[in-house]
Design a protein around this ligand. Structure first.
Ligand code: PMP
Length: 357
């Protein structure tokens, strides 16, 4: 730390991203919930030399074409859509502008680790509401809270979901507060709250192109909500970095929307593979939280969570281990292709056999 860093940022406990090894080909990477499938053919075609030549020009700060396409896909108006540089960027804006002294925040105690970092960064008082014993969220804990509420649905790293009637109850009982539903993993079998944005002006749904749309490296997230919430987000984007979605990402995302069926099919394959992996792990004695995401949260009494992570890493398989004592026995495993999961299952089987010796 330099002596120039101003006081309020000195104690920030920054987010630790999952490992991103650059010699990636040597690893089976099941640690950061990326899609195992490449972007669709149209995306690859869109990233051509003609598009690259246009990089001398600034990109469209309004993401005009992309906004129109996405609005049509989700059955909303362009004025209900906001894009930013990854959904992380949008969550950052949300903590910056919808949480504050009069509107403290609330989110589940076990959830996406970035929420508490943003709360600290923006000096937001945040209650972290414990999960139930089975790791599910009790929606009643959020009813009538009078705080800005942020819930990942499916939740991370558990994969558990709230139903739409439960989300609706939270919205109804907090009419004066923004309720944010972070749907990073919604395309793997959960119900989206996007239709509720037409009924509730306090709802913001946040999604990403990083998971189901195979574009984590392009950095694109979006929010759907009432026109005035979107206008607030836009105001802040134009007060920080209006050109935050680069040209290539905009072109790639337009092409991805045109090939939505490809991504839907990949989503189905991942769900099938998730069910297959769960079944196999259960026969090996794993406890698995029911997941509607492209990852599973698993533990096995026979082996310590961290040890399993380390031994798999030695075998060039990366999964995600969290040090928070409440979940240190668990590991989060991204669902890859059937071949990747077979390699993972085989390695786990070997490790458990060694452990029993
Ligand atoms: N929300 C949740 C729940 C996540 O797990 C992630 C991915 N780490 C994000 C948001 C951020 O995704 P991105 O910035 O890649 O859109």
């Amino acid at each position: 730390m330099s002596r120039f860093l101003i006081g309020r940022y000195r104690d920030i406990e920054e987010y630790t991203p999952g490992e991103q090894p650059q010699n990636m080909d040597q690893f089976i990477k099941l640690n950061t919930n990326e899609s195992p499938y490449p972007p669709s053919p149209g995306v690859i075609r869109a990233l051509n030399s003609e598009e690259a030549a246009k990089l001398r020009l600034y990109c469209d700060p309004d993401c005009g074409e992309l906004t129109k396409k996405l609005a049509a896909l989700y059955g909303v108006e362009p004025k209900n859509v906001f894009f930013s540089n990854g959904s992380d960027d949008i969550l950052n804006f949300i903590f910056m502008i919808f949480c504050g002294e009069e509107t403290p925040a609330a989110f589940p105690a076990i959830s996406y680790g970035f929420y508490k970092v943003y709360a600290q960064l923006h000096r937001v008082d945040a209650v972290k509401i414990p999960l139930k014993e089975d790791f599910s969220i009790d929606y009643k804990d959020y009813c009538g809270l009078g705080r800005t509420i942020i819930i990942a649905n499916p939740n991370a790293p558990t994969g558990q979901t709230l139903s739409l009637p439960e989300i609706e109850e939270i919205l109804k009982t907090n009419p004066e507060n923004v309720v944010v539903i972070d749907e990073a993993y919604v395309d793997f079998g959960a119900d989206s709250a996007v239709p509720l944005t037409k009924k509730y002006d306090n709802l913001l749904v946040v999604q990403t192109f990083s998971k189901s749309r195979s574009m984590a490296g392009a950095r694109l997230g979006f929010a759907i909500g009432n026109e005035s919430l979107i206008a607030d987000l836009t105001k802040i984007k134009y007060s920080t970095n209006p050109y935050n979605i680069n040209r290539l990402t905009q072109a790639a995302a337009c092409a991805a929307i045109d090939e939505d069926d490809y991504y839907k099919e990949n989503g189905r394959k991942i769900q099938d593979c998730r069910n297959y992996t769960v079944e196999k792990l259960e026969t090996m004695g794993f406890d698995i939280i029911p997941s509607k995401a492209n990852f599973i949260f698993i533990k096995n009494e026979q082996i310590d969570g961290e040890k399993l992570y380390v031994l798999l890493k030695e075998r060039k398989i990366l999964i995600r281990h969290f040090t928070d004592p409440q979940i240190a026995q668990y590991n989060r495993v991204t669902i890859g292709t059937k071949e990747q999961m077979d390699a993972f299952l085989k390695a786990v089987e070997e490790i458990l056999r060694e452990e029993r010796k």
